[in-house]
Ligand binder design. Structure first.
Ligand code: GDP
Length: 470
């Protein structure tokens, strides 16, 4: 097709080279290259990539180094409720978007992009670590840098710690924004001290975490925060290839009574154009319109850009990966395959449990056992943590990704799911919702009232001696 040559001509040519082939025969890369030379064409080797549900159809051209360009960092804002996540998102957006720009601030498409001294930064518009981890549990890592907001008048609170664990589990750099410094009772020093206890040491105290004191309300130091984001992202050397077919993540989706399904996506690779065939989860379609975060219709969208896509035949789910596919036939096959694979995946969850752990360690190179701990008091959390950490040995490291007091929550289960972790409860029970979530996602929760029983279980699992529980 690309060369504009009929198949019979190629078959004849191959025949003359001593190859008896039909239109359905696969040919090697070398042979394709040999043929192409006769037509003055260049053949590029394609590499099979692993798609959601192991899709086998999509082919991607390997990135050439010269095609990789710097891309905008994608930021998620996390922190305790009422510490100012939404206010900060709004303040950054309104300060950064020139008042004259079309559409203005009203458009909300799951993320927005700003320009700071010629560099772009993308902010995910759904604050909070739940949304963040939901995506991760679905295999979608959207965020490059997490901003941990802590109100200077309130200090570190339970959800601050939770957000911190979620960001750490995702292995993304964290910038602390100490918010509400306009308030007379603000005490940024206390925030720094409290976070130091949780392993975030500010640069001025010899650590490697950037702390920026801001006020979302009084719009103080927002520029410094943006500069800090840019410096952090420079170190990450974020690059992407805008030349290939687009791929990205669905951030939000809805059904509009007038225009049909709408998906807000974040583009992670390539450039998306009107008219292209797209697939996300089990939905497909042709891009009819693209609307940017300012409400302007555009012809194309590129890496790190949030964009609204109109043209899907069905509403895809948040967290689905979307891909541009060569043609509609191909897209249909992928969607069918996705549906099949989903059904298989529903039956056999790949989650980790203590029983299967030792087998999985052999297969999947599991060198770390991720645990989430809950106990009835701070003292018992520490006791539990200490005794479990002692079980690490040279082959398997016990890695505690979160330890807190209180009941086991839905958010713990999501974190466990996203991080392949097991939840351990000492003298505590899961909430009903947590139990439901764990059941449907194959996350293991082990509870006991005796620390010794817990450590014994884990120790046995680590040495592959655990008897299945009936
Ligand atoms: P979220 O729950 O983390 O999204 O917090 P919000 O953005 O909704 O803010 C919670 C409350 O704190 C609101 O009443 C805000 O007006 C207030 N707030 C947010 N940022 C600041 C700030 O910098 N200074 C002051 N004084 N109040 C703030």
């Amino acid at each position: 097709d690309r060369l504009g040559i009929g198949s019979s001509e190629l078959i004849k040519k191959l025949f003359l080279k001593g190859q008896m082939l039909t239109i359905n025969s696969p040919i090697s890369f070398e042979l394709a290259e040999e043929l192409a030379v006769d037509y003055d064409a260049l053949v590029e080797e394609e590499e099979e990539i692993e798609l959601d549900f192991g899709d086998k159809f999509a082919l991607e051209i390997t990135d050439k180094p010269e095609d990789l360009i710097e891309r905008a960092p994608v930021i998620t804002i996390m922190g305790h409720v009422d510490h100012g996540k939404t206010s900060l998102l709004d303040a950054i957006r309104t300060t950064s978007v020139a008042s004259g720009e079309a559409g203005g601030i009203t458009q909300k498409i799951g993320a927005y992009q700003i320009d700071k001294a010629g560099k772009k930064i993308t902010f995910v518009d759904t604050p909070g670590h739940e949304a963040f981890t939901d995506m991760r549990a679905r295999g979608a890592q959207v965020t490059d840098i997490a901003i941990l907001v802590v109100a200077a008048d309130d200090g570190v609170m339970p959800q601050t710690i939770e957000a911190l664990s979620h960001a750490k589990a995702a292995n993304v750099p964290i910038i602390v924004a100490i918010n509400k410094i306009d308030k007379p009772e603000a005490n940024p020093m206390r925030v720094k001290q409290e976070l130091m206890e949780h392993g975030l040491v500010s640069v001025e105290w010899g650590g490697d975490t950037e702390f920026v004191e801001v006020s979302a309300k009084a719009r103080m130091n927002l520029d410094t925060l943006l500069d800090t984001i840019l410096i952090t992202s420079e170190i990450l050397e974020l690059k992407a290839n805008p030349k290939k077919r687009a791929k990205g993540i669905v951030l939000e989706s809805r059904l509009d009574p007038k225009v049909g399904p709408i998906a807000d996506v974040l583009i992670q690779e390539g450039t998306l154009r009107i008219g292209e065939v797209i697939v996300a989860g089990e939905s497909m379609g042709k891009v009819r319109a693209l609307v940017n975060d300012l409400g302007t219709k555009v012809q194309s969208a590129t890496v790190s850009q949030p964009i609204e896509i109109i043209g899907f035949n069905d509403v895809p789910s948040a967290g689905d990966t979307f891909y541009v596919i060569q043609n509609e036939q191909h897209a249909k096959r992928i969607v069918e395959e996705m549906a099949k694979e989903r059904k298989i995946a529903e039956v056999s969850r790949k989650s980790i449990s203590l029983e299967t752990l030792s087998q999985q360690m052999d297969h999947a190179n599991i060198k770390e056992l991720n645990l989430i701990l809950r106990a009835d008091s701070r003292g018992s959390v520490e006791a539990l943590r200490d005794s479990l950490l002692k079980l690490s040995h040279e082959e398997v490291l016990v890695n505690i990704i979160q330890a807190a007091s209180g009941a086991i929550t839905e958010s713990d289960v999501k974190l466990a799911e996203a991080s392949n972790a097991i939840i351990i409860g000492f003298n505590v029970r899961p909430t009903t919702n947590a139990l439901k979530e764990a059941d449907s996602n194959g996350v293991e929760i082990r509870t006991s009232n005796i620390i010794y029983h817990i450590t014994e279980d884990i120790e046995k699992a680590l040495t592959g001696m655990l008897d299945p529980e009936f």
